[in-house]
Write a protein that binds this ligand. Structure first.
Ligand SMILES: NC(=O)C1=CN([C@@H]2O[C@H](COP(=O)(O)OP(=O)(O)OC[C@H]3O[C@@H](n4cnc5c(N)ncnc54)[C@H](OP(=O)(O)O)[C@@H]3O)[C@@H](O)[C@H]2O)C=CC1
Ligand SMILES: O=C(O)[C@@H]1CCC=N1
Length: 274
């Protein structure tokens, strides 16, 4: 029988994950999602056919896996409220909250719990997510396999054995869709400045990004070689790539990802003190 999975919070991340689970054949009747408002839950019931609850404690009473998918700022209150019910059942805890250490969550929930901390990203909404996962010492091999199955329903899963590496995962996967969206914005504006209609520039830029990512995933060559293959000597690409290199694009990415990882570390330190 399928494990009973309860999502605390039914927002973007939760609906991406349970939507992906259902698409890949997970039984919808084994999934429950909660939100303080039934107005938010009613459309989810209609669309996905899952169970819903406005009472978090009732929703975890029979759960084998509890996915914590509320904003980090309210997580402590949510955990305090769930503590007794969770301790009575001891389900596997999976958290998708940014910057919240597994040990802090475990403490807020009363201790002695198997906790998996996950850093996913929003392309999970279209089944093309990338997530890093970390398991505390209480997580069994079967629980790891189960978490892999649940998260693989919405994309790529990479396990890290050192929790601090989730900061790096945040920098190159969790937050990174925003960097690419910024590049798409810039390419669309550039296409428009060069005379293309905005909608056409957007379509061309997005399809090119999609094609480049697909090609890099399917190719035996490293991205550096694929880049060289586009750069005809003395041609157009070489000029453009030199402008990007001369402007320090590589360093800009190092600085941006450092800033991201540093903020993830700060958040972990702040929450760790509570
Ligand atoms: N967005 C992103 O790119 C990423 C987000 N994350 C993490 O995912 C988590 C969720 O983010 P996201 O899905 O984007 O946020 P959303 O705001 O979309 O979802 C949060 C959900 O929690 C619900 N909620 C609020 N209070 C409670 C409560 N007391 N009990 C149960 N549910 C409650 C909200 O309901 P209502 O709307 O009715 O208030 C909402 O449905 C966060 O911890 C975030 O750090 C991780 C990686 C990437
Ligand atoms: O910006 C944030 O804090 C969250 C975590 C990763 C993506 N969004």
């Amino acid at each position: 029988m399928a494990s009973q999975v309860t999502f605390i919070g039914a927002g973007n991340m939760a609906s991406a994950i349970f939507g992906g689970m259902i698409d890949s054949g997970y039984p919808r009747e084994a999934i429950t999602a909660t939100s303080p408002s039934d107005d938010h839950l009613a459309p989810l019931r209609r669309r996905y056919g899952i169970h819903t609850q406005t009472d978090n404690r009732a929703a975890v009473a029979n759960a084998d896996v509890v996915v914590l998918a509320v904003k980090p700022q309210i997580m402590q209150d949510v955990c305090s409220d769930l503590r007794d019910t969770i301790q009575a059942r001891k389900p596997l805890i999976v958290s998708v909250a940014a910057g919240l250490p597994a040990a802090t969550l475990e403490r807020w929930l009363g201790g002695d719990l198997a906790v998996i901390r996950c850093m996913p990203n929003t392309p999970s909404l279209v089944g093309a997510g990338a997530a890093g996962l970390f398991a505390n010492a209480r997580v069994t091999d079967d629980q790891r396999k189960l978490a892999t199955t649940l998260l693989q329903a919405v994309g790529l899963v990479e396990w890290v054995e050192d929790e601090a590496l989730l900061e790096a995962v945040t920098a190159i996967a969790g937050s990174a869709p925003a960097y690419f969206f910024l590049v798409f914005e810039a390419l669309e504006a550039a296409g428009e400045r060069l005379g293309l209609p905005a909608d056409s520039a957007r379509r061309l830029a997005l399809q090119t990004a999609y094609g480049a990512a697909r090609m890099a995933q399917q190719s035996d060559h490293a991205p550096a070689q694929l880049k060289r293959n586009v750069m005809s000597p003395g041609g157009t690409t070489e000029r453009a790539v030199h402008v990007l290199e001369d402007a320090g694009l590589r360093q800009i990415f190092l600085d941006a990802t450092d800033a991201c990882a540093k903020r993830a570390r700060e958040m972990a330190d702040e929450f760790g003190k509570r």
